[in-house]
Ligand binder design. Structure first.
Ligand code: PLP
Length: 391
């Protein structure tokens, strides 16, 4: 079974503490006023002031909330960053990064294969504000070098990519990005900080849809941006206050609860992912299975260097849209639905679902692809379900 090589970002008595200890205890300390072991949900919109400007650090809940502070402390530690700011969804977190760090005339380079909602935001909303975007295969450092412009401010990367499972060398891309005077943001949703910590390889910020593995139970939306510089913390806190797309106390609490079991869930996702990927690869009806855990995946060596597990995500080619539809109609244990990273296996058709918004563009994904987020059910049941669906 995979073991995270990442120790977590908090220190106790001068020594670094382990990932799971950080997940369970950092920001999750018992409530000092009552002793409650679980972080309370502070359902309040405002806070009493003893006198004008005299308060306990909390003034209004859009600006700050104690449940949110606890979650932000926890997530900053898990990604080994210096700050974290949570937002109402992953897309609200992406939006906040662009609002904080881009202005009219700036340029952002985005990986050519990312969650479809990201280019939808860039191409259909932010171009209206005079921001320029280009899409590059960031697994090719030369292509990135060529795409850098004088006004490039951000390079935006997902690794492995969604859904094609192409890896980007974070260290190399951080070097090129910094040489061009820009900052590297890595969407680490697919791997979670348990299997990959982009800041350790030189990324400047990490973003997650907490909707996925960090929550882990498919019962809440959320997003986070983890920063490394004071300016990240200042601007993102300001944007929470100014634009208001913050995460509610209840949804913060769901993520605080979810991360306590992140390590054990990720290990089981990884174990099941390996078994399911092996089964799919041997299936005669499938033309190709995209999974970085295979020793012949073109970037297997990079995967082993940069990640400490291969995770839950497997994408496969069925040969045609018809085959894909036929299979998806037959699954019973796997749930046909958008999203990923829940305890239940989630299966979907990127072309018609998560990536429908990039259909007809240079970012379109093949129509026969199916993406599977392998859950933590009994692996034999998942394999039997997929076998039946493919028959
Ligand atoms: C990799 C990735 N990033 C960002 C997002 C957007 O997150 P949300 O759905 O929480 O807005 C998603 C959603 O599927 C995703 O898969």
């Amino acid at each position: 079974m995979a073991k995270s090589k990442f120790a977590g970002g908090t220190k106790q008595g001068g020594s670094k503490i382990g990932f799971s200890t950080t997940a369970i205890h950092t920001g999750q300390e018992p409530d000092p006023s009552t002793g409650a072991v679980a972080v309370p949900i502070f359902a309040t919109s405002t806070y009493v002031q003893e006198g004008l400007g005299k308060h306990k650090g909390y003034e209004y809940a859009r600006v700050s909330n104690p449940t949110r502070t606890r979650l932000e402390t926890n997530l900053a530690a898990l990604e080994c960053g210096t700050s974290a700011h949570v937002f109402a969804s992953g897309m609200a977190a992406v939006t906040a990064v662009t609002q904080c760090f881009l202005k009219q005339g700036d340029h952002l380079i985005c990986g050519h294969n990312v969650y479809g909602g990201v280019p939808r935001l860039f191409n259909q909303v932010l171009t209206n504000y005079g921001v320029e975007f280009s899409y590059v295969d960031t697994s090719d450092p030369d292509a990135l070098k060529k795409a850098m412009r004088r006004n490039t401010r951000i390079v935006w990367v997902e690794t492995p990519t969604n859904p094609l499972m192409v890896l980007t060398d974070i260290k190399e891309v951080a070097r090129i990005t910094h040489a061009g005077g820009a900052e590297l943001v890595v969407d680490n949703t697919y791997m979670s900080p348990y299997f990959q910590q982009p800041l350790a390889f030189g990324a400047d910020m990490v973003m997650h849809s907490t909707t996925k593995f960090l929550n882990g139970h498919s019962d809440g939306l959320g997003g986070v941006v983890v920063g490394t510089k004071p300016v990240h913390a200042e601007k993102l806190a300001f944007m929470q206050k100014a634009s208001g797309a913050i995460l509610s106390p209840f949804e913060c609490w769901l993520v605080l609860r979810g991360v306590k079991t992140l390590a054990v869930r990720m290990e089981k996702h990884d174990e099941n992912g390996r078994e399911v990927a092996d089964f799919l690869r041997k299936h005669p009806k499938l033309t190709q299975v995209l999974y970085p855990g295979f020793s012949d995946h073109p970037q297997h060596a990079l995967a082993k260097r940069q990640m400490s597990g291969f995770g839950a995500m497997v994408t496969f080619e069925t040969g045609s849209l018809r085959n894909a539809k036929k299979m998806l109609a037959k699954v019973r244990v796997c749930t046909l639905g958008e999203s990923l990273g829940g305890v239940e296996s989630l299966i979907e058709h990127p072309g018609r679902m998560t990536h429908a918004s990039v259909a007809g563009t240079e970012l379109e994904v093949p129509a026969d692809l199916i993406r599977l987020s392998v859950g933590i059910e009994t692996a034999d049941d998942l394999i039997a379900d997929l076998d039946r669906a493919l028959s």
